[in-house]
Design a protein around this ligand. Structure first.
Ligand SMILES: *[C@@H]1O[C@H](CO)[C@@H](O)[C@H](O)[C@H]1NC(C)=O
Ligand SMILES: *[C@@H]1O[C@H](CO)[C@@H](O)[C@H](O)[C@H]1NC(C)=O
Ligand SMILES: *[C@@H]1O[C@H](CO)[C@@H](O)[C@H](O)[C@H]1NC(C)=O
Ligand SMILES: *[C@@H]1O[C@H](CO)[C@@H](O)[C@H](O)[C@H]1NC(C)=O
Ligand SMILES: *[C@@H]1O[C@H](CO)[C@@H](O)[C@H](O)[C@H]1NC(C)=O
Ligand SMILES: *[C@@H]1O[C@H](CO)[C@@H](O)[C@H](O)[C@H]1NC(C)=O
Ligand SMILES: *[C@@H]1O[C@H](CO)[C@@H](O)[C@H](O)[C@H]1NC(C)=O
Ligand SMILES: *[C@@H]1O[C@H](CO)[C@@H](O)[C@H](O)[C@H]1NC(C)=O
Ligand SMILES: *[C@@H]1O[C@H](CO)[C@@H](O)[C@H](O)[C@H]1NC(C)=O
Ligand SMILES: *[C@@H]1O[C@H](CO)[C@@H](O)[C@H](O)[C@H]1NC(C)=O
Ligand SMILES: *[C@@H]1O[C@H](CO)[C@@H](O)[C@H](O)[C@H]1NC(C)=O
Ligand SMILES: *[C@@H]1O[C@H](CO)[C@@H](O)[C@H](O)[C@H]1NC(C)=O
Length: 831
């Protein structure tokens, strides 16, 4: 073995002509040397790696140039390997001079082909061609050219942005001897029923060993002719748009070692796996990746057909049934990934006891129950274990104590009750990801920097941890401790060395104290900070200017006070800001508009902010939710919120006519202006707010009729107009929306269903006449008749009429308590 290797090195060195052997003559062929130089000069920028290429004395022998190899008999360049040397620029066609070239690799550079690949067709000796990453978006002739290279056995054109086009059937003629075909990541739209696809098959099916069409847009059904590629060892069709079932003919692929069909739209069962039984011997399949499709049915009961399986990845499908214990006989298995299916049943020692090579086990998001005895000693050493939302509780799994290599552990939502055993904190120093959220674990968190020094992600949320916040490991990036009983100040936490936090969620605990500047200001990578529902107090100091990446800041329901610091305006990346339920005061800041241009959600309700809504808020083009409810905001609503979805200004001191703002609010879904001093009538133009789903105008001074056009708001589900001065009949078309009386109560001059107050106009001969007579009798009508006459010709006579009628009624009621019994009788009759 070692000898063979040495030999190979010597042969290699001889071929490279690096001083070994006696070559006095220059072998390089002049025209090929010029072609190579032309190639070099067409590149942009100087490449150090090509410095041996040149015109100068001593550089004549092109066979000694970096990456060039000549035939030791003819002197022709036979190999050009320039893979991954940061070459940039246009691909020179001069390479067509190298007509004996057998091996050409220009991959992983920044080369561009501006025209077509005709030059390639002159290289008829090519056996190996790798142009991966060369930008070939204009090379419409690539299929013709490539199919003309009859000696080609390896073709790699990945990430070339290959164009697709319709081919004529004449291509069926050409046949190649391709062994390896790699076209992955070309974003190429290719129907499995197209001629090009058929061509790929017909010309290559006898010889092809490795086929990679992943990360394209290969669409349509999987052709059963795949079954003819009997030499195939590696097939990667992942990350495409394939649909339908996997044909049974796949069972003919008796040489298949790895099958990757993940990330498609494939469905149906795995029946095709049974057809591998027709292979002379059992299948040699080692890797089976089917994740992220729509496969259903059960996983095979009997996997003895596939004794060599190393990897099973069938996650994110619709598999149901149980996991067969025949998995226990896959002695080579290293990876078992079945997350996010509908598997059930018990997973036990029977499945695991023989899997001594297992490294990765992911059963998460199924309904599997783990049943492993307390003293079980596993034969493997896992690196990755995810049992997310399996049922392995109520005891903490003891067998984990043997897993010294584990780096990723997810036992969230496992119904684990009690405390974490002591050994856990010391069993593996290499833990990177730990998720124990959504259990019922209590106790205190230990000094994690010494226990898990490499920890990057820690999620202990939704448990019953208590005690103070300990310091955390230096590299911790994501920390979620929300929904626990962690208390005291965050002093010692602040003193920890962790500076890389990106996500920090401490919400729903009992933390108190002030947020120290020096604490937060060290977390310069912070994107997400949630301190909601704690007992933090004091002013938030000026740490904002040290959070250049913050996107999401939630301080809801604490006792923060004081004015917002000016440094807030430096958080230009902020998308979500919730300051509600605190004691912040001062003016709503002008700077929010001018600087926080990424803001999408702004919630400041239930504070002591005062002042006008700054016009600068109009500059927030992405603002979706504006909630300033329960503050002391007065003045007008700016007429500029064009793209806003939700406005809540309830419980302030706003005063303006509603009609003025409507024209700018046509995108709104939710509008809450309740409990202000808004007055005037609602305009018919309310119908322009076509997206409105919820409208709350209660407890204002609105008057006039409820516009009929309200009925044109197709999506409206919630309406509250209560406690205003609306009058008149509730239009039956509005009432088609079936709001109940609560939507209208407290408007003394409103009538008709659903409120019990009957409309006088409905029964002029009964109701109206009755009140008329009573009124006449009382002498009230002396003035009324005159007014009524002129009202009849007025445009708004109907409101006035109703108002008048109700005033009359009230007047009567007040004056004649004696009549009360009779009036009640009449109201009941009417309602
Ligand atoms: C020429 O090179 C080939 C390999 O490419 C090698 O097998 C052969 O021995 C070499 N011949 C001479 C004369 O060096
Ligand atoms: C088939 O190939 C031969 C030679 O390669 C060529 O002469 C002939 O025109 C081709 N036939 C078609 C239909 O293209
Ligand atoms: C499977 O996919 C095919 C093609 O998309 C579709 O026609 C068929 O109804 C699907 N079958 C099932 C069971 O979903
Ligand atoms: C696949 O196997 C099933 C039953 O095991 C059989 O009916 C079917 O003909 C086989 N298909 C092929 C293409 O061999
Ligand atoms: C598909 O799986 C193979 C292993 O079988 C792997 O080498 C390849 O990278 C995978 N493809 C993609 C696109 O991830
Ligand atoms: C099948 O397996 C047997 C025993 O392992 C072996 O002798 C034989 O060569 C194998 N046949 C094929 C076609 O691989
Ligand atoms: C699995 O799902 C199929 C429908 O896709 C259903 O017919 C079958 O009964 C299910 N099996 C189990 C064990 O739930
Ligand atoms: C483990 O492998 C042995 C040997 O093949 C077998 O007898 C035993 O049944 C296997 N154990 C389990 C639990 O599958
Ligand atoms: C922890 O697991 C839960 C599911 O149980 C998941 O929602 C959460 O995102 C995980 N935490 C982290 C930080 O990945
Ligand atoms: C933290 O955990 C809680 C509850 O488990 C979850 O609702 C919240 O989204 C998590 N926070 C982050 C930043 O993922
Ligand atoms: C506010 O936070 C405290 C402390 O966590 C909590 O007890 C209370 O329920 C929260 N209030 C609301 C309205 O969420
Ligand atoms: C608006 O704020 C008020 C007062 O806090 C609250 O009761 C109401 O639910 C909020 N409405 C909407 C639609 O957000």
């Amino acid at each position: 073995m070692a000898l063979k290797f040495l030999n190979a090195i010597i042969v290699f060195l001889l071929n490279m002509n690096w001083g070994i052997g006696d070559y006095t003559n220059i072998r390089c062929i002049e025209s090929e040397r010029e072609a190579l130089l032309e190639f070099k000069y067409s590149l942009t920028g100087e490449s150090d790696w090509l410095s041996s290429w040149g015109d100068e004395d001593g550089k004549e022998e092109c066979c000694k140039w970096q990456g060039v190899q000549c035939s030791n008999t003819t002197g022709h360049v036979i190999k050009l390997d320039l893979k991954a040397h940061d070459l940039r620029g246009k691909l020179s066609h001069s390479l067509m001079e190298l007509q004996s070239l057998e091996y050409l690799d220009l991959s992983f550079n920044y080369l561009v082909e501006d025209e077509n690949l005709k030059w390639l067709s002159y290289l008829s000796s090519l056996e190996y061609l790798d142009l991966s990453y060369v930008y070939l978006y204009k090379a419409n002739d690539w299929v013709e050219v490539v199919s003309g290279l009859s000696k080609l056995s390896t073709l790699k054109l990945s990430r070339c942005y290959l164009p697709t086009r319709n081919l004529s059937p004449s291509f069926f003629n050409a046949s190649t001897s391709l062994v390896t075909l790699d076209l992955h990541q070309n974003y190429m739209s290719l129907s499995t029923s197209s001629i090009l696809f058929e061509y790929l098959f017909k010309s290559t099916y006898k010889t092809l060993v490795s086929l990679d069409l992943s990360s394209n847009n290969v669409n349509g059904l999987v052709p059963s002719s795949f079954g003819k590629m009997v030499a195939l060892r590696d097939l990667d069709l992942s990350d495409n748009q394939l649909e339908g079932m996997v044909p049974e003919s796949f069972g003919n692929l008796c040489s298949l070692r790895s099958l990757n069909l993940s990330r498609n739209h494939l469905n149906g069962s795995l029946a095709f796996l049974h057809n591998f039984s027709s292979c002379a011997n059992s299948s040699v399949l080692e890797i089976l990746r089917l994740h992220s499709n729509s496969f259903s049915g059960s996983l095979p009961d009997d996997l003895s057909l596939f004794p060599r399986l190393k990897e099973i990845d069938v996650g994110n499908n619709y598999f149901n049934g149980t996991l067969s214990s025949s998995i226990g006989n896959l002695f080579e298995l290293e990876i078992l990934n079945v997350p996010s299916n509908s598997l059930q049943g018990v997973f036990s020692e029977q499945h695991l006891s023989n899997l001594s090579r297992l490294r990765i086990l992911d059963l998460s998001s199924n309904s599997v129950t783990m049943k492993l005895s307390f003293n079980w000693f596993p034969p493997f050493n896992l690196e990755f274990l995810s049992l997310r939302s399996c049922k392995s509780g109520p005891y903490f799994p003891n067998w984990l104590a043997t897993q010294k290599n584990i780096r990723y552990l997810d036992l969230s939502g496992n119904g684990i009750i009690g405390t974490i055993p002591k050994w856990f904190w010391d069993f593996t120093p290499d833990m990177h990801y730990l998720n124990l959220s959504k259990n019922q674990i209590h106790g205190r968190l230990p000094m994690l920097p010494t226990k898990f020094p490499s920890l990057l992600v820690l999620d202990m949320s939704s448990n019953s941890f208590d005690g103070p916040l300990p310091p955390f490991p230096t590299d911790l990036t994501i920390l979620n401790l929300s929904n626990n009983f962690i208390s005291d100040s965050i002093m010692s936490f602040c003193n920890s060395k962790s500076m890389l936090f990106q996500y920090l969620d401490l919400s729903n605990n009992q933390l108190s104290g002030v947020l120290l500047d020096h604490c937060v200001s060290r977390w310069t990578r912070l994107q997400f900070l949630n301190l909601a529902n704690n007992y933090f107090s004091g002013e938030i100091s000026s740490f904002f200017d040290s959070l250049p990446h913050i996107e999401n800041l939630n301080l809801r329901n604490n006792s923060f006070s004081g004015e917002l610091p000016w440094t807030l305006r430096t958080c230009e990346t902020l998308k979500f800001l919730d300051l509600s339920d605190n004691k912040f005061s001062g003016n709503i800041l002008h700077m929010i508009g001018t600087r926080l241009l990424s803001l999408e959600i702004l919630i400041m309700q239930s504070n002591e902010f005062k002042g006008r809504i700054p016009l600068s808020l109009c500059e927030l083009m992405d603002l979706q939710v504006l909630d300033l409810a329960e503050n002391n905001i007065f003045g007008n609503i700016p007429q500029c919120f064009k793209s806003l979805r939700t406005i809540n200004l309830s419980g302030n001191n706003l005063a303006r006519k509603f009609s003025d703002i409507i024209s700018s609010l046509y995108a709104l879904n939710v509008l809450n202006l309740s409990r202000n001093n808004l007055a005037g009538e609602l305009p018919q133009s309310i119908e322009e707010m076509t997206q409105l789903m919820s409208l709350d105008l209660s407890q204002n001074q609105f008057s006039g009729e409820i516009p009929m056009n309200l009925s044109k708001l197709a999506f409206i589900k919630h309406l509250n107009l209560s406690y205003n001065h609306f009058s008149g009949r509730i239009s039956s078309s509005v009432q088609l929306k079936r709001f109940n009386a609560d939507s209208y109560i407290g408007n003394d001059a409103l009538c008709g269903p659903p409120i019990t107050q009957n409309c006088p106009l409905e029964a002029p001969s009964d109701e109206f006449k009755k009140w008329l007579y009573i009124g006449l009798a009382m002498g009230f009508f002396v003035g009324f008749c005159g007014t009524f006459g002129s009202l009849l010709i007025s445009r708004t006579w109907r409101h006035a009429y109703f108002s008048m009628l109700f005033k009359l009624k009230e007047w009567v009621l007040r004056r004649f308590a004696l009549y009360r019994a009779g009036i009640q009788w009449s109201l009941q009759k009417g309602g």
